[in-house]
Ligand binder design. Structure first.
Ligand code: HEM
Length: 317
């Protein structure tokens, strides 16, 4: 939602915004009051205007905000059929680790190269919502060195780009009512840094499937235990299915909190769901992603990011 050069088809929101230095991940619940839905419709129709106001304060700061809606409020807010695959986050229970589902009706992915712009947008947004929403989760993310997560690995390398990016993220004619939109899955992970640091670098690299210092892919494992990289790769007879990840570190050394906010945009929700199943249940079953022995998800949500024209139609109505 800003005026940068467009590469995405239809009039998609800016899910393709390049990684920024700062971000705020905001999950809201719509309260159960008679006027709340109308307020939400009105605010969503003006998100582009708030974005413009804030982005204009520094046009070099790559400000962008994408907004997604959960399945529970979709029909009441959008008054259109739900995108075909949209449903609440389905918890995944592996033998050892589980992916939890947590409440949330609206997701705002607010990003810029300046934290003050993200802050200002959130301030104006929440002022407009007033008492129509309550905050389920607010996470402030930051860029850590050369795009590393707090576990020390470069995160985001295998993301699709160019034409592949639109193909992997934007719904097309297969669901005409939802065309121009994207599914987004969010999970907030907290890390056990002490346990992670007790591993050798080689052990960490085997878990991730990439070398730590120079981010080079490691060869396939000779054991049945697959790396995070391999478990998160989904292939079938149509080839490899990518998603676009915008993970960001967050945390507070004073509070002993260290985490990664996982955000995955996709054209097909089932792809991200298959990745989660491979990670948590394991492939083969029981050989779960060892990253989960050190990283625990405390939230889980699924949202659909409608096209910009679908949002602006809310105002017309
Ligand atoms: C790859 C970190 C959770 C999907 C990677 C890489 C790192 C990483 C360092 C290798 C570099 C890269 O290609 O980006 C993490 C951390 C997570 C997390 C710290 C949370 C604690 C997830 C989740 C999913 C996922 C929940 C999907 C549901 C992927 C995919 C790749 C990847 C698709 C690329 C695989 C390929 O090489 O094709 N992740 N990840 N990750 N991750 Fe994650």
């Amino acid at each position: 939602m800003n005026g940068q050069d467009r590469r995405l088809p239809y009039d998609a929101q800016r899910v393709d915004t390049p990684l920024t230095r700062s971000a705020i991940f905001l999950v809201l619940e719509v309260v159960d009051e008679p006027t709340a839905i109308e307020t939400v419709r009105s605010v969503l129709s003006s998100v582009a205007d708030i974005s413009k106001n804030v982005a204009f304060r520094d046009l070099t700061a790559s400000f962008a905000c994408t907004v997604g809606l959960g399945s529970v409020v979709w029909e009441r807010v959008m008054r259109t059929e739900r995108p075909r695959e949209l449903h609440p986050f389905i918890p995944v229970a592996g033998d050892v680790h589980s992916a939890v589902s947590t409440p949330g009706d609206l997701f705002f992915h607010i990003r810029a190269d300046r934290q003050d712009l993200c802050f200002e947008f959130e301030r104006q947004l929440l002022a407009q919502f007033g008492s129509a929403v309550r905050v389920a989760d607010e996470t402030v993310g930051f860029r850590y060195f050369d795009v590393r997560d707090l576990l020390g690995f470069v995160d985001g390398t295998a993301n699709p780009d160019g034409e592949e990016l639109a193909d992997a993220t934007i719904v097309g004619d297969e669901d005409p009512g939802a065309a121009g939109g994207s599914y987004v899955v969010t999970q907030k992970y907290v890390h056990d840094m002490e346990a992670w640091h007790a591993l050798t670098t080689e052990q960490q690299e085997q878990i991730m499937g990439r070398s730590k210092a120079d981010n080079v892919e490691l060869g396939g494992s000779t054991t049945t235990q697959k790396s995070h990289k391999s478990l998160a790769t989904v292939k079938d007879e149509d080839g490899e299915h990518d998603i676009l990840r915008d993970n960001m570190p967050f945390g507070s050394p004073a509070a002993g909190e260290y985490g990664t906010y996982f955000v995955g945009y996709s054209r097909r929700l089932w792809v991200t769901e298959r990745m989660l199943e491979r990670m948590f249940v394991g492939e083969p079953r029981g050989c779960h992603d060892r990253l989960l022995d050190f990283s625990r998800p405390v939230t889980g949500g699924v949202f659909f990011v409608p096209s910009m024209s679908a949002l602006s139609r809310l105002a017309a109505a």
